[in-house]
Write a new protein. Structure first.
Length: 289
């Protein structure tokens, strides 16, 4: 039996949909608040409470699972690692055979991405506990790029200390299709899958596309990390979010999000959508509505 954790999240929902298209409703979804997943229950999908901070609840939620999709969480490195260990420990005790972990392509030891330490520690702990984790190295969401585009259309600019760094935007829908395929096929234990869009783009290219597509001049301002941090703080951005956003910008500048693979197409038979094309289409759709 497959258990999908974090089934109420934006990516989780897409994975649940893609998985149900492949195998029907014969799998389990864990969520923090089952009441918010009533629609999944109505589809015949088993939904269980599975708060990662509650070890006993997690153990009940994954009972009977031979494959678990461990969704990434939010919080400090310490909080995340503790949550992951709660799931991994419960999986080991009950004899789960496979764990697929939703990671990130910026997972190199030197990566400045704030979540990288928790990703690396989770994967290492799985190996210590006898698992051969399936590492889903997801690219940066095209939907996040769409949020950047939306803000740019409001302000007329993209402001970031990301330099000429590029991002291989990938849609959640494409990630979900590939994930469902990986979960339902055998022989993937111990493998890493880079799941990205087919091309990487910098902020300057995003700004140029928005200008051409909307007829509104959008520019990219590559500012210093110090200026960026000062602007965030002046806007009363919470300290934790300031640290995350500055770390994320450094990740882009360092080239850690520019990796391109065609794995999604190889797995599913349908090439991943170009991220910039997705953003363009969604922006134009909004302008027409």
């Amino acid at each position: 039996m497959i258990v999908v954790t974090g089934g109420n999240g934006q990516l989780g929902r897409q994975i649940v949909r893609a998985l149900s298209e492949r195998i029907g409703n014969g799998f389990t979804v864990t969520v923090r608040e089952p009441a918010k997943a009533a629609d999944l229950v109505a589809l015949g999908i088993t939904v269980k409470a599975g708060d990662f901070d509650k070890p006993e609840e997690v153990a009940r939620a994954i009972e009977g699972a031979d494959t678990i999709l461990l969704m990434a969480t939010l919080g400090s490195t310490e909080q995340r690692v503790k949550q992951y260990k709660n799931v991994i420990d419960a999986a080991r005790r009950q004899g789960t055979k496979r764990i697929a972990f939703v990671g990130y392509i910026a997972d190199q030891a030197e990566s400045p991405f704030p979540s990288t330490p928790s990703i690396r520690q989770a994967l290492a702990y799985m190996r210590e506990e006898g698992f051969a984790p399936i590492n889903l190295r997801n690219g940066n969401y095209a939907e996040a790029g769409l949020m950047t585009a939306t803000r740019a259309l409001q302000s007329g600019k993209i402001v970031s200390p990301a330099g000429n760094g590029k991002i291989s935007y990938v849609t959640r829908r494409d990630l979900a299709r590939a994930t469902a395929r990986i979960l339902t096929e055998s022989g993937n234990e111990g493998k890493s899958f880079a799941l990205t869009g087919p091309k990487a783009y910098g902020h300057a290219e995003l700004a140029a596309m928005l200008s051409e597509a909307t007829g509104t001049r959008i520019v990219y301002e590559d500012i210093s990390p110090e200026s960026y941090k000062a602007q965030l703080e002046a806007a009363n951005t919470p300290p934790g979010l300031v640290a995350f956003m500055t770390g994320a910008a450094a990740t882009v500048k360092g080239g850690y999000l520019a990796e391109v693979s065609y794995t999604i197409g190889d797995l599913t038979g349908i090439a991943a959508e170009d991220g910039l094309a997705f953003i363009r289409r969604e922006v134009q759709k909004t302008l027409k509505s």
